[in-house]
Every structure is written in structure tokens, then in C-alpha cells.
Design a protein around this ligand. Structure first.
Ligand SMILES: Cc1cc2nc3c(=O)[nH]c(=O)nc-3n(C[C@H](O)[C@H](O)[C@H](O)COP(=O)(O)O)c2cc1C
Length: 405
């Protein structure tokens, strides 16, 4: 309760001109005034500032953290500066269409919402608010196994393109139940995350937790009865599953798992967390219907390698046989444009929509999607690309590896 009273107070202050100047908002804009509404946000970073002022430090650390020294997280961001856009002139760009389709389903934009666990940590409406925003904007949403609301409720709020992100667990009977439930809730696609076989070192999160003395049971760590959530057993997706000794992931999985998963569901199976040409080719060989080039937003292996750097090799490995989506470090429409030019079928965002959520709930998430689409449209106009299909390798210039920051 403490946290949401604070949220209400800060939002009230934000609309009061006399008090507004005292608030720590809009740092990145350099503006004196905080944002009174999501429509005022000029870019996703302004929503980040607002969210940081509202979200408790431990939750903020959970959101922002990479692993070890956050090198991969920073690499994800920096990689976009290796490429330049290639403007073209005298192309009739009076009609520019951002729509795309994946598995034959039309999406209003190539930008999608990646799975993020426990979204109630950033706003009381969590995944439900994101689903409503995705519905309003026509955005694909992938919901995490570690969601904070029941998948059936999220599916009802999205009423459309909702995919399920699966953690494999280390016991297939539990995995089967998760998958069956997601399928019954109407998800057409399961994205199985494979980049976290056994643990990680989220140092930034741990550091920020030290600075936060709040009792988490007052916000996201409670079940429907107000009881603290202490284990998988109390997470919505694990209701009715024997969670004794169960782990979310397993270090012993091999490629056979994909066939096993495919045999257990009618959903399309895509693999999230592919980063090399060999694994892309193996994914196709083992029957994957698609994949996502991802390093978990720099939260898995501290490889130091950006997903944008891995994308061309993965696209070569796939060789047009299945769609290759990507995520990691996307903060501008021009980033989306560059990823599309390098062969991504769709481009995911994680932290940016969580900033929108933390700042203004559903309206903040919608604003993030809107900002990125506006920026992408402007890039397309400037480069003479009238549709997502017209964005190709010839749409960008590669300055080659090196420090371009
Ligand atoms: C706080 C947080 C929680 C996440 N939880 C999950 C998850 O439950 N499952 C998953 O596959 N990926 C998870 N991810 C990774 C995202 O799906 C995505 O790959 C990543 O956020 C993209 O990078 P970006 O944040 O730079 O846009 C999480 C990311 C963050 C920041």
C-alpha cells in the first residue's frame, strides 16, 4: 500500500504547477516541468525518468539490471550506432505502412512487447494494463511464464495477438501443464526461452535491493488473498502444478526438447535466445517454427555481444526458412529500422514499455508504442521505404565494427 499511495501523491504533484518543479522528472529532457500526461513525453527516456521517480528502488534494480558489470546490456544499446540510415529522395511517401505479418497474422507495427516477469512490480495493473495497451495499439504481446495475473485474464484483456513465453522447467510434466494451459487460453505461439540454463549474476539488481528497505509483500509479492508470494507455488501460472523441488530452467536440456515440446502442443514453437548461425540452422533442423535473436536484454550470459551484432549471422543460418525476430536495446524508431534492415521479421522491446507502465500504466505503454511508431515512420519517410518489406540491407550503411558511440 505504501508504494501506491506514493504513486498517487507523485502523480498529483506532477499536475500541480507550483509543486511540480520539485519533482525529479524529465531529467533527460532538461525541462523544468515534470510530465503531467504521457502525451507530453517526447521520447521513451522521458517516461523512464517518470517511472524511476515512482517505482521503488528494488523494483527499479530488477528492471534495469544486466548481469555482472552490465557489459552486454550496454553493448546491446551501443550496437545501433554502427549503422547509418541511407536517405533516398523523390520517392512518393505520402502513404507509409508500418503493418507486417508474422505466421500470417497481421500486426499494426513490427514492434512487439517482450515477456517481462512480474509486471505488477511496476504498476498494480501489470500485464493487464500492457494487454489493454497492446490491444489498443494492435501490438503483439508475449507474456512471461512469471506473469503476475492469470493468463486467461490477460488473454481476455488482449483479445488478440498474445503469445506465451515458456521457461522449460526441469520436469516435463510441469512443462506440459504450462503449455496446455497457455494453449487453452488461446495463445497460438509458445516462445521457449533457452538463454538461462542455470543461474545468473544480476549485480545491479542486488545493489539496488540494498537501498530498499520496503516490504515487498505490500505490492507485487502477494497472491489474490493478500498472502505474500514466496515461491513458484504461489505464481498464477503454477496453480495446480506440483512445484516441490521444481526449477524454472534446466541445465541438462538438449535439442531433443524442441521435438518433445512440439509433440505436446498444437501451438507454433519458437525459440527465444538464439545468438549464432549454427544454432539458427540447428533450430530449423529440429523443427522450430521461428526464433528470437535475444540475450535476455543483457540479463543472461555476459557475452559482451549485442543482439544486433548477432542478427546477420542468425539470419544467414535461418536462410529464409522461418522468421527471425529480435530484441535488445531498442530505444528509437531508427533502431527498429536498422534491425528490420538486417533481416528481423519483427522487433521486440522490453524495458521501454515497462518504463511507460511504471510511469502511467496502460496509457504510458500506449505512448511508448506510439513514440516508436512515429519515429519509425519518419525514418521510413526519409529513406523512401513505403512499407516494412521495402526496408532491406540497402536501406542502411555499415560503418563496420569499432567504437561508434
Ligand atoms: C525486468 C525484466 C524481466 C524479464 N523477464 C523475462 C522473462 O520472464 N522471460 C523472458 O523470456 N525474457 C524476460 N526478459 C527479457 C525480455 O523478454 C527481452 O528479451 C529484453 O528485455 C529485451 O531487451 P530490452 O529490455 O533492452 O528491450 C526480461 C527482461 C527484463 C528487463
Amino acid at each position: 500500500m505504501v508504494r501506491y499511495d506514493r504513486r498517487a501523491l507523485l502523480q498529483f504533484l506532477a499536475t500541480s504547477p507550483a509543486l511540480a518543479a520539485c519533482l525529479p522528472f524529465s531529467k533527460s529532457s532538461g525541462a523544468e516541468r515534470p510530465l503531467a500526461s504521457p502525451a507530453d513525453a517526447l521520447d521513451v527516456f522521458e517516461l523512464k525518468d517518470v517511472a524511476q521517480g515512482l517505482v521503488p528502488p528494488a523494483h527499479w534494480g530488477y528492471l534495469q539490471s544486466g548481469v555482472d558489470g552490465d557489459a552486454t546490456l550496454h553493448a546491446n544499446l551501443a550496437a545501433y550506432s554502427r549503422y547509418e540510415l541511407r536517405p533516398r529522395r523523390f520517392v512518393d511517401v505520402s502513404h507509409v505502412d508500418l503493418a507486417t505479418s508474422v505466421f500470417g497474422v497481421r500486426l499494426a507495427s513490427p514492434v512487439f512487447f517482450c515477456p517481462i516477469g512480474a509486471l505488477r512490480a511496476f504498476h498494480p495493473e501489470g500485464e493487464i494494463a500492457v494487454a489493454r495497451a497492446a490491444r489498443a495499439h494492435g501490438t503483439l504481446q508475449i507474456v512471461s511464464t512469471q506473469m503476475s495475473y492469470a493468463i486467461e485474464d490477460i488473454a481476455a484483456a488482449r483479445a488478440g495477438a498474445l503469445w506465451y513465453q515458456l521457461y522449460t522447467t526441469d520436469r516435463f510434466e510441469a512443462t506440459r501443464k504450462l503449455v496446455k494451459r497457455a494453449q487453452a487460453a488461446g495463445c497460438p505461439v509458445v516462445a521457449v526461452t533457452v538463454d538461462l540454463p542455470a543461474g545468473r549474476n544480476t549485480e545491479t539488481a542486488a545493489r539496488l535491493r540494498r537501498a530498499d528497505t520496503r516490504d515487498c509483500s505490500a505490492c507485487h509479492m502477494v497472491d489474490a488473498h493478500g498472502n505474500p508470494r514466496l515461491s513458484l507455488a504461489s505464481e498464477p501460472m503454477f496453480q495446480g502444478i506440483d512445484t516441490r523441488g521444481l526449477r524454472l530452467t534446466s541445465p541438462s536440456l538438449t535439442w531433443d526438447f524442441i521435438k518433445r515440446l512440439k509433440d505436446a502442443t498444437t501451438m507454433k514453437v519458437i525459440i527465444k535466445g538464439i545468438e549464432s548461425q549454427e544454432d539458427a540452422a540447428l533450430a530449423v533442423e529440429h523443427g522450430a517454427d521461428g526464433l528470437i535473436v535475444s540475450n535476455h536484454g543483457g540479463r543472461a550470459t555476459e557475452s559482451g555481444r549485442a543482439t544486433l551484432e548477432s542478427l546477420p549471422a542468425v539470419v544467414r543460418g535461418v536462410a529464409g526458412r522461418i522468421p527471425a525476430l529480435m530484441d535488445g536495446g531498442v530505444r528509437r524508431g531508427t533502431d527498429v529500422y536498422k534491425a528490420l534492415a538486417l533481416g528481423a521479421s519483427a522487433v521486440g522491446i522490453g524495458r521501454p514499455y515497462a518504463w511507460g507502465l511504471g510511469a502511467f500504466g496502460q496509457a504510458g505503454v500506449e505512448r511508448v508504442a506510439q513514440i516508436l511508431d512515429v519515429e519509425l515512420r519518419l525514418a521510413m519517410v526519409g529513406c523512401g521505404a513505403r512499407s516494412v518489406r521495402e526496408i532491406s540491407a540497402a536501406s542502411i550503411i555499415d560503418r563496420g565494427p569499432g567504437d561508434h558511440a
